[in-house]
Design a binder for this molecule. Structure first.
Ligand code: LMR
Length: 334
């Protein structure tokens, strides 16, 4: 990250706290997706609720679409206090040294949003968020997005159709292994760079929940989309711990309430937004959308579930088993 950018952020942060008596406390919330995505809408909702519940004492400034920081930069900026709040995808916590979060990336581990919620709203979710504290980060909530599907410029019906292709993924070792299990080539890349990489052929394809694909116009540069729904992508809302703990107690309580409401909203709209995005992709006529048969999906599952065992030592067997227990997933019974 550029030092100048960082200094500007740090200065803004100092000013926002120092001038609390007269001016609203400014919370900078940075994210990488469009405003009209589940995360974008939930961030805006939180900003509105925070202003309402604190009676204007807090102003949440939302910076969408990587306008402030890209994926990797935003994590560094949060730790340094140059930005206060983020909602990175759960696939992006590995580089921070918290590898357990990559359990969410294991292919087919969640059969539905209901399965996912047994983890995010239960003890496993709590334990995962607690692992962020030693990094100077507090985890406030999990926000849903949705299930990822593969896209490329040629039809995808079997894992073999992806063989040898360069596929963009988020920065997760589990996702790397997942792509290798398909005998394709993983390419880690910041979200803001994906559209161009697809357009210019730097990568051949990618995986996304449809809301991300559509709002970045990736469907305009991908001829085929197969609704594999082979893995989950969602978020943890996180804050700089020092900043958060330093807020006046009454304000923090109101912000906690704003977050509860925003989380409820986020998780209500996620599926609706993804369904609407799929409808829009279909209407655009630019991408052929293919719904795999149960048998075709089962072939992907068979190819990808062995990734669970392979990633056991990285994620931690205990974490994986805790998720299996919460959801009832059995890797030996496909
Ligand atoms: C991605 O990089 O594909 C996603 O993590 C973007 C996001 O925040 O949904």
């Amino acid at each position: 990250m550029k030092v100048s950018k960082l200094l500007v952020g740090l200065f803004a942060c100092a000013v926002s706290l120092g001038a609390y008596a007269q001016q609203p406390i400014v919370i900078k919330f940075s994210h990488v997706v469009a405003n009209d995505t589940p995360k974008g809408k939930a961030a805006d909702f939180f900003a509105q609720k925070a202003a309402e519940l604190t009676k204007g004492k807090v102003k949440v400034e939302v910076y969408a679409n990587s306008t402030l920081y890209k994926d990797k930069e935003e994590m560094e900026a949060l730790q340094l206090g140059a930005v206060h709040m983020l909602a990175p995808s759960l696939a992006k916590f590995g580089p921070l040294g918290v590898r357990d979060f990559e359990v969410f990336d294991l292919p087919f581990i969640f059969g539905s949003y209901a399965d996912l919620h047994t983890v995010t709203t239960g003890p496993v979710g709590k334990q995962l968020l607690a692992k962020l504290e030693p990094k100077g980060i507090s985890g406030l909530a999990f926000w849903d997005n949705g299930f990822k599907s593969f896209s490329a410029n040629s039809p995808i019906k079997t894992p073999d159709d992806l063989k040898g292709k360069k596929l963009r993924i988020q920065s997760s070792k589990v996702l790397e292994e997942q792509i290798r299990a398909l005998r394709a080539m993983p390419q880690v890349m910041a979200f803001s760079e994906v559209y161009q990489a697809l357009q210019t052929g730097v990568v051949d394809g990618t995986e996304n929940p449809i809301s991300n694909l559509y709002t970045q116009k990736m469907h305009e540069v991908q001829k085929h989309l197969t609704l594999t729904e082979h893995g989950y992508l969602g978020y943890a809302v996180i804050v700089n711990k020092k900043f958060w703990d330093g807020l006046p107690a009454d304000i923090r309580k109101q912000l906690d309430e704003a977050m509860v409401q925003a989380t409820r909203y986020a998780n209500q709209i996620a599926k609706v937004e993804n369904d609407a995005a799929l409808e829009n992709v279909r209407k655009s006529g630019k991408t052929q959308v293919y719904t795999p048969t149960a048998e075709e999906r089962a072939v992907f599952k068979k190819a990808l579930v062995p990734v669970h065992k392979k990633m056991e030592s990285r994620i931690g067997k205990e974490t994986i088993d805790a998720v299996y227990k919460a959801t009832g997933f059995n890797p030996n019974k496909l």
